[in-house]
Design a protein around this ligand. Sequence first.
Ligand code: UT7
Length: 326
Amino acid sequence: MSIGIAGFGGYVPERVLTNAELEEMFDTSDEWIVQRTGIRERRIAAEEESTLDLAAHASLQALQHAGIGADDLDEIIVATDTPEVYTPDTAAFLQHRLGARTVPAYDLGGSGCSGFVQALDVARARATVEPKRILVVGVELISRLLSWDDRAVDVLFGDGAGAVVVDPEGSRATLIDVVAGTDGSQTDILTLGVGGTRRPFTLEVAQTGDHQRLVMEGHEVFKSAVRRMSAAVDELLGRIGCTIDDVAWLIPHQANARIIAAVGNRLKIPEERVYVNVDRYGNTGSASVPLALSEAVHGGEVTEGDLVVLVAFGAGFHWSAAALRF
Ligand code: UT7
């Protein structure tokens, strides 16, 4: 079942952190980072900003774009792996900050960079069963969870947020279909394993610094990301009876320019139809797809009639792809 989308929003913090600044922090180089990842700079939240602030900025832009107020919302879903606090969820904070009615609000956490597209699928199902206006947010403030002494990981990430308003009467775009999947056989190769019941956050753990250490086997994650994202797009296009030639824009998760290029090559889509902003924002986790989508829409890149395909991959592993017609 397809459903309307009424508005798009995005937000990045003002502070730009360049590769040159990272060179001052640890043994890395602009050349290595650009060659291996395509990232030139990323945004870092100000000390006084938290996940909620980023989410609220993106949400307000999406609401304004939709031409509705927060009190018109019937539900709020926030996809994040870097929540405001451990409990309750960020969606509760966002409901209050926006001044929404006491509607259901909840987080989808732990899906890494795939969370937003999965949340979009949940919203589609919820709004189909019962017509509802649902705010769907992807937000990440990853910089605060990093130790800033691990060059292999810290150069990759940035902070940001993106949001859409799913609305059965929304006319800016139609969410046609979504595919999603999970393979939980490799939960240990992309993980921040401290803070749950398996390894609670204790003073002893704090002394190891593991609570700020994202464990990542880059090569394996890279290969799985390319394979799963390409397959998800193939599956999605098959389901909606389209080919890659029908796709005006592929908006992939922005983790690494080489991953994006490899997915584009596999799918045989010309690079000028693949949206890239990883050079400016790095990997913003579950914010990456909605942020790129909002930028493409507000920048006039996406025009009426365009078929836009979103695709994401993240810790879990989880992957998801969505088709939108503008
Ligand atoms: O959103 C999903 C989450 N993550 C991803 O999608 C990331 C997926 N993986 C990747 O993007 C890539 O694997 C990385 C960018 C993380 C790494 O690129 P790579 O081409 O796989 O490099 P590598 O891990 O093979 O490292 C090559 C070398 C190593 O040195 P040796 O062992 O060859 O001497 C690293 O120690 O590069 C070294 N290195 C660095 N050098 C300078 C690792 N990080 C850095 C750095 N600066 N920041």
